[in-house]
Design a binder for this molecule. Structure first.
Ligand code: SF4
Ligand code: SF4
Length: 266
């Protein structure tokens, strides 16, 4: 019996989520035994023609070519899974969505006229129908295995959606917000990273995206209460998952102080 085919695609991104697949080490050989890796340019040059059973898409849609290509990929894939912060929320490059991309290009590049880019960087779901989303920067490799396993077993993937706070309690990590007065976006952020930042004495900046049903208004009020300098909370909300609607709206709540630029300094 032919094995189900998997294709892995890269859009505008740093490749970190694709590396998470290669970092599967112990699981990769088992995975290669049950699926055919038909298209994965980061891992092998040989490609097999579509259509594919599962398409894993990393990155955001940022160029006209990407906008066109994602339609073709969708039409070739039975199940499409967006993987990582860029694919699910637009990533750090979505910061351009709040300003003029032409101004940014002028400031950064000597020859901005060579660029062929869209005015926005958008998640895959804003462009085509997405069947599953895996958040994180990078994505949690075990969540990735769970999705592939579930699809092979024809069941719904078991992907937890609670906030990082619960993981802190389970792991006995001291709360940085309560104990040290460090603003932390963990109460509003989806589980998946293993409490990486609070375990190291830092506040969370939401790279696993908003936890569904998080009460962002209350969370932002608590964060504002311990803000150490103007714009600190806004900086956390407008980080890697800045374009995710829940964080985007929270960043505009009254009481969230603007980020200071050098020109604002006395
Ligand atoms: S450190 Fe952050 S994520 Fe952990 S319990 Fe405190 S607020 Fe929640
Ligand atoms: S604690 Fe927050 S910012 Fe840090 S890795 Fe986890 S989700 Fe990302």
């Amino acid at each position: 019996m032919a094995k189900p085919t998997v294709a892995v695609y890269k859009y505008s991104s740093c490749d970190g989520c694709q590396l998470s697949i290669l970092n599967l080490e112990d699981e990769l050989l088992d995975l290669a035994g049950v699926v055919e890796i038909a298209y994965f340019l980061e891992a092998r040059r040989q490609t097999l023609p579509g259509p594919y059973d599962i398409a894993l898409v990393e990155g955001s849609v940022t160029t006209p070519h990407e906008a066109e290509r994602i339609q073709e990929i969708r039409s070739q894939a039975k199940t499409l899974v967006a993987i990582g912060a860029c694919a699910t929320s637009g990533g750090i490059q979505a910061l351009r969505n709040f300003t003029s991309v032409d101004d940014l290009a002028m400031a950064v590049y000597e020859h901005p006229e060579y660029l062929n880019t869209l005015p926005t960087s958008t998640p895959i779901s804003e462009n085509v129908k997405v069947d599953y989303e895996l958040w994180g920067c990078p994505v949690n490799k075990y969540q990735l295995v769970e999705v592939i396993q579930a699809l092979l077993q024809k069941r719904r993937p078991n992907l937890p959606t609670h906030s990082i706070c619960l993981d802190c309690k389970r792991k006995g990590v001291v709360c940085v917000m309560v104990a040290y007065g460090i603003p932390c976006l963990g109460p509003g952020t989806r589980t998946g990273c293993g409490v990486l930042c609070p375990s190291n004495g830092r506040g969370c900046y939401g790279c696993f995206g908003p936890a569904p049903n998080a009460d962002m208004k209350t969370i932002v009020t608590a964060m504002n209460f311990v803000e150490r300098y103007p714009g600190e909370v806004k900086g956390l909300l407008t980080n890697i998952s800045n374009y995710a609607p829940a964080f985007r709206q929270a960043a505009e709540l009254p009481g969230v102080t603007p980020i200071q630029t050098r020109g604002d300094q006395p």
